[in-house]
Write a protein that binds this ligand. Structure first.
Ligand code: NAX
Length: 328
């Protein structure tokens, strides 16, 4: 049998962590042939709750779970990590300005980037889920100069999955008929779900829908504001769907995307589609042999261009703000 893969999860005692850890332990993160060792990071006050979750994980008797260790400091938690899921973050509280939010998260993601740089395994892959995810990923990446920048990614897969589900519902087809969905830009309300390059049963999705009113006034805002809708209806923010998307993101990155399809990941821009280099922005990507490439050559119409530019402008502003704070 293979040696276990070290998977570090931060915010392990939170609600996404609770949904995520059981799916990792059951083999859904990497595949049914890959044993995993969980390394959980929490703040000291939440270590006990993480220990409780670890007891439950033990009770799952998961054949692929080789062990669980719990830490309250990033240095130890990221030592030897092959996969890092950065879920724990500082949420926006009442009266907090965006600058305060970025600064508070800088206090988390800067030391985590440094700890990854110091101790992670050579093949480390990082997914940032904690918001503001794109800029938190940028902070961690900038503080880990010895790790190739492209190993730092942020999660827009939940947005991607939401967009597929809404489009399938509109066209009354199974979700598996929808291919080549793309989320562009920031994981925020400015994100742009693009159906002009998507396909439904091989047909162009925008043509299949043929309803600009629905696209502009229902689909785009519904996907972009789905997080708020979940809070409104459920009384708590998305947790299991977010965990599921994190599983999808890493599974596809490690095992590859299917032929004839792609997924959305926020990754450091190489300048593709006019997105300034270095910004961690969502793109269509294909994964193969454990790495990914941004899909090239897609047509971007004026409608899409304006929306992509607006979301990317927000990312540029966030980068400027964290630069001024000395976080990158
Ligand atoms: P919870 O508040 O339930 O859990 C967060 C956990 O992180 C807490 O247990 C807390 O103690 C821990 N934590 C805080 N600072 C830490 C640190 N420095 N090191 C380690 N652990 C730390 O939040 P939850 O609902 O689990 O959401 C987690 C994050 O995911 C939030 O930032 C949330 O905004 C973000 N989301 C991102 C999504 C995405 O699509 N990218 C969607 C879902 C979710 O909203």
């Amino acid at each position: 049998t293979q040696p276990p893969v070290n998977v570090t999860v931060t915010g392990a005692a939170g609600q996404i962590g609770y949904a995520l850890l059981f799916r990792i332990a059951s083999g859904q993160l990497l595949g049914q042939d890959k044993p995993v060792r969980l390394r959980l990071l929490e703040i000291p006050q939440a270590v006990k709750a993480a220990e409780g979750t670890a007891l439950e994980l033990e009770d799952g008797a998961f054949p692929l779970l080789a062990g669980i260790d719990i830490y309250d400091n990033p240095k130890d938690a990221f030592d030897g990590a092959n996969i890092a899921l950065l879920v724990g973050a500082r949420p926006r509280t009442k009266g907090m300005e965006r600058g305060d939010l970025l600064e508070a998260n800088g206090g988390i993601f800067k030391p985590q980037g440094e700890a990854l740089n110091a101790g992670a395994a050579d093949d480390i892959k990082v997914l940032v889920v904690g918001n503001p995810a794109n800029t938190n990923a940028l902070i961690a990446q900038a503080n880990a100069p010895d790790i190739p920048a492209e190993r730092f990614t942020a999660m827009t897969r939940l947005d991607h999955n939401r967009a597929i589900a809404q489009l399938a519902k509109k066209l009354q087809v199974p979700v598996s008929d929808v291919k080549k969905m793309t989320i562009w830009g920031n994981h925020s309300a400015t994100q742009y779900p693009d159906i002009f390059n998507a396909e439904v049963k091989g047909e162009n999705a925008a043509q299949a829908v043929n309803d600009q009113q629905w696209l502009e006034n229902e689909f785009i805002p519904r996907v972009a504001k789905r997080g708020a809708e979940i809070i409104e209806v459920r009384g708590a923010s998305s947790a299991a769907s977010a965990a599921s998307a994190a599983i999808d993101h890493i599974y596809d990155w490690v095992n590859g995307t299917p032929d004839g399809d792609w997924v959305s990941m926020a990754v450091p821009s190489d300048g593709s589609y006019g997105v300034p280099e270095g910004l961690i922005s969502s793109f269509p990507v294909v994964c193969k042999n454990g790495s990914y490439e941004i899909v090239q050559g897609l047509q971007i119409n004026d409608f899409s261009r304006a929306r992509i530019d607006a979301s990317v402008a927000e990312l540029s502003e966030e980068r400027e703000a964290v630069r001024k704070l000395g976080l990158i």
